[in-house]
Design a protein around this ligand. Structure first.
Ligand code: NAG
Ligand code: NAG
Ligand code: NAG
Ligand code: NAG
Ligand code: NAG
Length: 764
């Protein structure tokens, strides 16, 4: 997704430890190189609060209000804090999601808990992995840490006044965009018990995925007994009740107020999508009364170190590049959420992952790196996608609050499954079911969900424009986003071809390879723009093309022919059929010029996913790999480890994964085993692949900033003259890649071109 960046000031964080040049997994705390605020402002929308581990369900952080600015992850650098809540989604566009099960500290007695209790901040927030701190102007300091399903709030109040905590069940992140994607609170329950603990639930709906009502349960405990505990109900800011009633429920705003004499106070909250009993169990098993904040911080750091950060080790890079690498790794794994055991929709022995936001963003390069860095979770994630199909009827393209939606283009879970399949993900994955799930996308039109932004066909799941795809082999303008959907349906069908081939389903293999070429049916050789002709354009049922300026995508949104990018970009997106694109565009030189024009015409957008793979397609022309390297370096310059360090929305870590591939010096062709060769950033970078295997990448002779052209390459010790490697070459059993870099281009990649598996003759 894509929303325009607003300019905000850079948020600085102090790194308490001096950078070391040599990092060794066993001894090093890699979290010291992480700026949790990277990409949190300036349109990155990353969540800087506490996620105790990759995929943690609880994400505890501040909710900030500032005029009519949408706080996608809850956080904004400036504005008033109006609560600290247990659930957030990191890095998304569209509209804010979650921000529920909130509490707000108030100094003194509270006369109206429904009034604006928000507070400005006395200083900038601080954070590390597993730790977050906010100092409010009312003198209260809030320190946070968390576990997978629970959070710990450590409060320091000014002494001399009662310390009050307001739990407002109606609190949910708002959206001011006016697009109909704002969340709503529809009702809740709140009960306080004589031992001082409380339980309840809140029900909410909508958000970008247009979800129906969903309920989150909570269970809260305090470090001491409150001197008073009350419940309240009301509408707007008008109270209906405010008294010592133990239990309130209904559709009005409601919650509880707890007052203490002590200035130091800890509050523990467990959450669950199943029941308030389960929320209490989650709390009691993960955070006990004597659990210290520091012990949770240590645990979180250890989880991030062992599961993610230690998977990549570097030597010899600059401090900034090292910080950028580890801060990007954090952002890449803030979602999805592992909700195994927390699925209210069905019972299953399969794993369950939610908060997929979205595969449209992540399938291009994030999921390929997810598999390499966290293969255990990745296999669970694939099984979960298939299990969602088993019980919901379709795999998601996006999903949160246990509900599929929305689909921007194709059914990109097909690409994700294909990528996993061709790279050997097996384990407990049932691939017959996996293929059936893909075939559902390819053959079954999903029921229309009547999305006001695109009422003609489903945006919930699957392929809404499938009837045209099956009937014509292209998509007519009677469907929205016809051209960009068609290009994606081609890549989706290519995914089916890959898995069918592997499973020995020969008839399906032939069918879907053929269908993967249907992007060609949108190609109008006569459409021209800036000395180039041939672009994907809208096509009518009678076979004629619609006149289309290749530089324009109209509104470029839900109701237009192209989604979020123009014909120039989508005309380069059939990455399984590059030789055909090359031929249609007019051969090698024209192809190079076509890619160059993305920059000359200011079309390329590093901050949005449809452009992601285009800069590296030069590798499909002999002697042009150096152009890929120049583009890659240019893209790297758009990032930094600061608060405004992402060139677009993080998009569930897609933006960070894109950068990490530049650093590694490879780029995945999703759905294939091919990785295009770029130019690595570090003198030495090791990817730990598990089971004692690793990929060791070295660069000598040049450097990242001024002498970065590849002069020569050895793969596994042998001279290499191809601008690509395969999964088997370097990842399946590990391997080595030794680059010599220099200050000017050398024609080193004289060998075989990368495969173009859907093209008729696979020889370039
Ligand atoms: C707060 O309320 C309690 C009882 O509800 C009362 O005893 C106390 O005086 C109040 N404190 C202040 C500072 O208003
Ligand atoms: C309150 O909780 C009960 C039991 O969990 C549930 O049946 C009811 O729908 C809830 N009420 C609201 C308004 O959420
Ligand atoms: C996901 O959650 C389940 C249940 O808590 C757990 O058993 C599993 O190990 C988790 N997966 C990962 C990769 O942490
Ligand atoms: C390939 O698709 C075209 C329609 O695009 C169809 O006419 C043709 O029969 C298909 N061929 C095979 C072998 O399926
Ligand atoms: C188009 O090509 C002509 C002839 O090669 C060249 O002079 C002109 O500058 C080109 N125009 C653009 C916009 O690239």
């Amino acid at each position: 997704m894509f929303s325009r960046a607003s300019s905000t000031s850079l948020h600085l964080v102090c790194f308490t430890t001096t950078m070391q040049t040599v990092l060794a997994a066993a001894e090093v705390d890699f979290t010291q190189y992480v700026n949790v605020f990277m990409g949190s402002t300036g349109g990155g929308n990353r969540f800087p609060g506490v996620a105790a581990s990759p995929f943690a369900m609880a994400k505890l952080g501040p909710d900030v209000q500032s005029g009519s600015t949408d706080a996608y992850s809850g956080y904004l650098a400036s504005g008033n804090v109006w609560g600290f809540s247990m659930t957030h989604e990191s890095g998304t566009g569209g509209a804010p999601k979650y921000g529920v099960v909130s509490q707000m500290p108030v100094v003194g007695n509270v006369s109206n808990p429904l009034a604006d209790l928000s507070q400005s901040r006395a200083s900038a927030d601080e954070g590390q992995i597993g730790y977050y701190k906010t100092s409010l102007n009312n003198g209260v300091t809030v320190e946070l840490s968390a576990t997978e399903h629970a959070g710990l709030y450590q409060y320091t109040f000014p002494s001399g006044s009662p310390s009050t905590i307001v739990v407002d069940v109606s609190h949910v992140l708002p959206s001011f965009r006016g697009l109909g994607w704002e969340q709503h609170y529809t009702g809740g329950n709140f009960s306080s018990f004589s031992d001082g603990h409380y339980e309840g639930s809140g029900t909410y709906n909508n958000g970008w995925n247009l979800s129906p009502d969903w309920t989150l349960y909570f269970c809260g405990k305090f470090s001491q007994e409150p001197t008073s505990s009350k419940t309240f109900t009301g509408t707007g800011t008008t109270l209906s009740s405010y008294d010592s009633t133990a239990m309130v429920s209904g559709s009005e705003r409601l919650g509880g107020i707890f007052t203490f004499d002590d200035a130091n106070l800890a509050s523990r909250v467990g959450i669950s999508f199943i029941s308030s009993e389960k929320a209490c169990q989650n709390l009691d098993s993960e955070i006990q009364a004597d659990t210290t904040l520091q012990s949770l911080v240590t645990k979180a750091k250890s989880a991030w170190n062992s599961q993610i950060l230690s998977k990549i080790e570097v030597e010899g890079g600059s401090d900034e590049d090292t910080q950028l690498l580890y801060s990007s790794l954090l952002g890449m794994f803030m979602i999805p959420s592992n909700k195994t055991g927390e699925n209210p929709e069905w019972t299953s022995s399969e794993p369950y992952y939610d908060d997929i936001f979205t595969l449209w963003d992540t399938h291009r390069c994030h999921t390929a790196l997810f598999q390499i860095l966290e293969p255990v979770a990745y296999e669970e994630f694939i099984r979960s996608l298939i299990d969602i199909w088993r019980h919901d009827g379709f795999m998601p393209d996006a999903r949160s609050s246990n509900y599929n939606g929305r689909v921007q283009g194709g059914s990109n879970a097909d690409n994700v499954l294909a990528d996993a399949y061709v790279k050997g993900v097996r384990g407990a994955v049932n691939w017959d079911d996996g293929f059936s799930a893909m075939q559902t996308d390819a053959e079954k039109t999903p029921p229309n969900n009547n999305d006001p932004k695109s009422p003609e066909s489903s945006t919930k799941e699957g392929r809404g424009a499938l009837p045209d795809w099956l009937r014509y082999g292209y998509i007519t303008p009677s469907y929205n986003r016809a051209v960009s959907r068609a290009v994606e349906y081609s890549t989706n069908d290519f995914g089916l071809y890959q898995v069918a081939k592997g499973l020995g389903r020969n008839e399906d293999e032939t069918t879907y390879l053929n269908r993967s070429r249907n992007w060609r049916n949108h190609w109008n050789p006569a459409a021209s723009s800036t000395n180039h002709s041939g672009f994907v354009v809208p096509r009518r049922a009678d076979g004629t093309f619609v006149t289309q300026d290749p530089l324009s995508c109209g509104g470029c949104y839900w109701g237009d022919a192209y989604y979020e990018d123009n014909p120039w970009v989508y005309s380069l997106n059939a990455i399984h059929d590059v030789y055909t694109m090359k031929e249609y565009i007019g051969g090698d030189e024209k192809f190079i010029d076509r890619i160059d024009k993305l920059w000359d015409l200011n079309i390329f957008n590093a901050g949005n996913e449809p452009s992601f793979t285009s800069p590296y397609l030069y590798n499909f022309v002999k002697g042009a790999q150096w152009r890929t390297v120049e583009r890659s370096r240019g893209i790297g310059k758009l990032y930094n480890s600061g608060a405004t360090g992402l060139p677009g929305n993080s998009d569930a870590g897609a933006m960070e994964a894109n950068l990490l591939w530049q650093m590694i010096g490879l780029y995945p062709m999703t759905g294939q085993t091919t990785f295009l060769v770029l130019s690595p950033w570090f003198p030495k970078l090791t990817i730990n692949l598990g089971n004692g295997k690793s990929l060791k990448i070295t660069t000598t002779g040049g450097n990242k900033d001024t002498a970065f052209y590849v002069q020569s390459l050895k793969v596994n010790g042998e001279s290499w003259n191809k601008a690509w490697v395969s999964w088997e070459d370097v990842f399946a059993d590990g391997g080595t890649m030794d680059f010599v870099l220099g200050s000017s281009p050398v024609d080193w990649a004289t060998g075989e071109l990368p495969p173009s598996p859907a093209s008729a003759d696979n020889d370039g």
